[in-house]
Design a protein around this ligand. Structure first.
Ligand code: SF4
Length: 194
């Protein structure tokens, strides 16, 4: 603890310095970001987790795994009316090596399942999966020998979107849920462990 003598408190420069110190010490472990332009040099104080997660949540590059009719709604979400760019996820990548969020939109057949898994494996970590629609989530109405009863049998799904087909707004809602999940991840410790 820093103790100030009365005589030094009288010195105006000390008082100004003490106030600045108090402003900085108001940053608690739960504070995401603290900014005070009055501090000389314009210092930004934050946690590494908050910075990494902020970058990740606002720059998700989706891998559009359009397998059936849900893919039409997925296309709509990128158009002007719904504008997924508002959430930083408009850069649809058709190369798995440049994507970090797979959106499985449509019916996954057993014939297609190995390819879906292979593309997921080719995506760099960290990566996330959204199962869009009844078919991707549970097999939907196709209770048949040819259809996988939910893509979570081959992939770790983060968010499920209900509906047949789900509206584009539902996919945006799923993206917001995923962003909220990513914001809570202990990214820094995982990064240094890897
Ligand atoms: S959930 Fe409905 S709209 Fe989506 S792929 Fe299945 S049948 Fe098509």
């Amino acid at each position: 603890m820093v103790r100030l003598r009365k005589s030094s408190l009288r010195d105006k420069r000390w008082v100004v310095g003490w106030r600045r110190l108090l402003r900085v010490s108001m940053v608690s472990p739960s504070t995401e970001i603290a900014y005070d332009s009055k501090i000389e040099g314009e210092i930004v104080v934050s946690r590494l987790d908050a910075v990494i997660n902020w970058i990740r949540t606002n720059s998700m590059w989706p891998m559009p795994m359009g397998l059936a009719c849900c893919a039409i709604e997925l296309m709509a979400v990128a158009a002007a009316r719904f504008d997924i760019a508002r959430f930083g996820a408009e850069v649809m990548r058709f190369s798995p090596r440049q994507a970090d969020c797979m959106i499985v939109a449509g019916t996954v057949t057993y014939k297609m399942a190995p390819q879906v898994r292979r593309i997921y494996d080719q995506m760099p970590s960290p990566k996330w999966v959204i199962a869009m629609g009844a078919c991707a989530s549970t097999g939907g109405m196709y209770r048949s020998y040819a259809v996988l009863q939910g893509v979570d049998r081959i992939l770790p799904v983060d968010v499920y979107v209900s509906g047949c087909p789900p509206r584009p707004e539902a996919l945006l809602d799923a993206l917001l849920l995923l962003q909220a999940k990513v914001r809570r991840e202990p990214s820094a410790s995982r990064l240094f462990k890897a």
